[in-house]
Design a protein around this ligand. Structure first.
Ligand code: SF4
Length: 213
């Protein structure tokens, strides 16, 4: 990216982050603030991870996606397993605010909340322009349908490299302790991350070929 386009992208991202910070589209999220800032990762990252939503003890508190809770610790361990550093990736989520139950516990964002937030996700993808997108869990995978329809499911497509909108998409499972305990165990998730590493290599090769032709 040229210096001029980096500066334009930075300006456009600042506008996006300000809009998200003021957003009140989801009534049940009043009192929460969108997690979208420079702490989500460098705009020059070519790999984007999309989670479900900030966790109450995690990103809602730290403002850094996947940090401060057990999901963040698991995520860091999986990144390390493929020698991927946080400064090489941009992380966002299907819903940018922390969804809570009336008693204050984390809950999944509703379909309407994910739809409400899909414009922010679309614009983040356009700005960062990653060649690899990794969705963490079914909510994140479904969120992409609101941007460009697809029929992929976590059950059928987890750990596969798929073409989506000119990018390589790898749907994998969420790194939460609950998912690790009952849906996708550590050993299988480590295999999934190896596929992420393969996608990054393929995306890099493709980018080099495109730049030299
Ligand atoms: S989740 Fe997204 S759409 Fe809903 S209030 Fe937060 S920023 Fe707005």
């Amino acid at each position: 990216m040229s210096e001029l386009s980096i500066s334009k992208t930075t300006e456009r991202f600042a506008v996006l982050a300000r809009e998200a910070a003021r957003c009140v589209r989801c009534p049940s999220m009043s009192g929460r603030t969108a997690v979208l800032s420079h702490l989500n990762g460098p705009l020059t990252a070519r790999i984007m991870f999309i989670g479900e939503a900030p966790g109450r003890k995690g990103a809602d508190r730290t403002r850094i996606p996947f940090s401060g809770d057990q999901s963040g610790k698991n995520f860091d361990r999986f990144l390390t397993s493929i020698n991927l550093r946080r400064d090489q990736i941009f992380i966002t989520s299907a819903a940018l605010c922390n969804p809570q139950t009336v008693s204050g516990a984390n809950r999944k964002p509703t379909q309407q909340e994910v739809t409400n937030c899909s414009g922010f996700l679309r614009r983040a993808i356009e700005l960062v322009d990653p060649f690899v997108i990794v969705t963490l869990g079914s909510v994140a995978l479904d969120a992409l349908k609101r941007i460009h329809y697809h029929q992929f499911t976590l059950k059928e497509d987890a750990g596969r490299i798929i073409e989506w909108q000119g990018r390589l998409l790898v749907p994998i499972y969420h790194p939460s302790p609950q998912v690790l305990a009952s849906h996708r165990r550590e050993a299988q998730q480590l295999i999934d991350y190896k596929v992420v590493a393969q996608a990054i290599q393929s995306g890099l090769k493709r980018a080099i070929t495109e730049n030299t032709t």
